[in-house]
Ligand binder design. Structure first.
Ligand SMILES: Nc1ncnc2c1ncn2[C@@H]1O[C@H](COP(=O)(O)OP(=O)(O)OP(=O)(O)O)[C@@H](O)[C@H]1O
Length: 527
């Protein structure tokens, strides 16, 4: 049996992932760069893959290469490193925090979990102000996220609707590695800047409370709280507290008004903010469970925020991702960065250990740069050894061809399926339109003896294009494409569908000598 090349992996990527520019890096730190997610004032964010990760499902990450006027002076780098370390310690439930970073790299970068969702700015511009329940959920979750940042000594400094990502589990504050200079923010962001910050003050917790008030007002009303206009005009209204909260749920207006007070000393603490918003929700929408009417024990806040999100956070569906085969060949090198890579948290350490990536750990503890290249999940493996070692591969890229299937024997419950290992030599063309089903399968060459396998009825199946009906493309208007199906659905499909090219994973816990059991199927397709 011929294994899938150890130099190929499949990754679920966003369907609209933009290609790299010619001068974009193909590798950042230990990550393989796949495409562009976008760029903003403080850098460019790439979709990348952590080749050390053991789990196919969570391989995709986002890596931001930091480039901004704030980084022009070498003097700021120690502060950047400190801020990144502090951010790494922040509770990540509501804030996107670094998985790893290198503040000494040129340019510096940080990696973070890939999040699929919509920015609050887009969402509100498209659909108008959020309803009562959703704005309460947003208000509490943002305040909780800011509290988590403040607890680690980090003031956000540039919170605004485009820095908030609405994900299916709730809102997230995007990474804030660079506290943008207030001078730079004035032009585009006067609405979210407190008067003292507009005048050039540094990021503070009180300025974040102000930004919280402005964001919640915008989210609840669908309008800018200080109205439109030139930055100076807006700043003038901010300085005199001339805001308009018409349309914001009435119960929220007092706490939002206090947050927008021009005097930082008059603004509430985040603890007060959270208590006040929860009390509004309990009074107007829910039976209180954690105290008397209007009285919320602080210790119960976190649970209550969870309850609010569970009850009120609906209809923010993430776009699904499409599977893509990534060729590692020639794209990874065993050159190691010379600077220290900061890997964050036990989870990252576990992932690296599981993936055999001892490099990050050795760097953390100051180990030698001459770490064992075979144990190094990042370095290239010697070709022959890698192939020899993988006698019984657990994952294969295969073709299921209905014309090669045999009729199931009468009375035999467990049906076996014939698969043929396949491979491709050329690079997968992207963005060239959608090939026909036949054209797609013809791009793959046989690469080994056919085998027979049993597909577990509850196998985890991800299909992007062809799994439900032939000749149809399953990307909807919002670019949702991947369908989560089961082994049973897939077998149904195989009995009447055309040829499928998929990556299959066999069970590791299989007992007995029967045909190998497939527990995971990922359709491979690329446009
Ligand atoms: N963790 C992530 N997962 C998925 N997409 C991300 C992630 N972080 C950023 N992006 C995307 O990358 C793009 C650029 O984000 P970024 O935050 O750098 O830009 P910005 O908010 O416009 O400006 P700024 O640099 O001032 O923060 C955006 O489209 C954003 O949605």
């Amino acid at each position: 049996m011929s294994p899938r090349s150890p130099r190929e992996i499949s990754v679920l990527v966003p369907p609209d992932l933009a290609p790299l520019y010619p001068d974009d890096p193909s590798r950042i730190g230990p990550y393989l760069v796949l495409g562009r997610l976008g760029s903003g004032a403080t850098g460019t964010v790439y979709a990348a893959v952590d080749t050390a990760s053991a789990t196919a499902g969570d391989r995709l990450i986002a890596v931001k290469v930091l480039r901004s006027p704030e980084l022009e002076s070498p003097d700021v780098y120690p502060a950047l490193a400190q801020r990144l370390r502090n951010l790494s310690a922040v509770d990540s439930q509501r804030v996107v925090t670094p998985l790893a970073f290198d503040a000494d790299a040129n340019p510096p970068w940080l990696s973070m979990p890939y999040l699929a969702g919509q920015r609050l700015s887009h969402y509100v511009t498209k659909r108008g102000g959020l309803g009562f329940g959703k704005v309460i959920a947003l208000a509490t979750a943002l305040a909780e996220g800011l509290s988590a940042l403040h607890a680690r000594g980090v003031a956000h400094g540039s919170l605004r609707p485009s820095e908030i990502l609405l994900e299916s589990h709730g809102p997230h504050i995007m990474e804030c590695a660079i506290a943008a200079d207030s001078e730079r923010l004035r032009g585009s962001g006067a609405t979210w800047l407190s008067p003292e910050r507009y005048r050039g003050g540094v990021a503070t917790t009180a300025a974040d409370v102000f930004a919280w008030g402005a964001v919640v007002a915008f989210a609840g009303t669908g309008r800018l709280p200080f109205g439109p206009g030139e930055p100076e005009e807006i700043a003038q209204r901010v300085a005199t507290g001339s805001f308009d909260l018409d349309g914001l749920p009435k119960g929220l207006r007092p706490v939002v008004s206090r947050a927008l007070d021009p005097n930082p000393d008059q603004r509430p603490s985040l603890r007060e903010v959270i208590g006040a918003v929860i009390a509004v929700w309990q009074t107007e929408a829910a039976q209180p469970e954690t105290g008397g009417e209007g009285e919320v024990p602080v210790s119960g806040n976190r649970e209550e925020i969870g309850r609010i999100l569970e009850r009120e956070w609906h209809a923010v569906e993430p776009p699904a991702r499409v599977p893509e085969v990534i060729r590692l060949e020639g794209r990874m090198s065993n050159r190691r960065p010379t600077r220290t890579l900061f890997l964050v948290g036990a989870a990252s350490m576990a992932a690296v250990l599981i993936g055999g990536g001892v490099w990050g750990i050795s760097q953390m503890v100051g180990g030698s740069a001459e770490a064992d290249p075979v144990a190094d999940g990042i370095a290239e493996e010697p070709e022959d050894e890698a192939a020899d070692e993988e006698e019984e591969p657990n994952t294969l890229v295969v073709r299921f061809d209905p014309s090669e299937q045999e009729e199931p024997e009468a009375g035999v419950e467990e049906r076996t399926w014939v698969y043929t290992p396949v491979t491709r030599d050329d690079d997968i063309p992207r963005n060239q339109g959608i090939p026909s089903h036949e054209a797609w399968s013809e791009q793959w060459d046989e690469d080994g003896e056919a085998g027979e396998a049993v597909i577990r009825p509850d196998a985890d199946v991800k299909c992007a294009r062809f799994c439900a009906a032939p000749e149809h493309v399953f990307l909807d208007e919002e670019a949702r494409g991947t369908w989560d199906l089961t082994g049973n659905d897939f077998m149904d499909y195989l009995t009447w569908g055309p040829v499928m090219i998929v990556e299959i994973t066999f069970a590791e816990d299989q007992e007995g000598d029967g045909p190998r059991e497939v527990v995971e199927v990922v359709e491979l397709f690329s446009d």
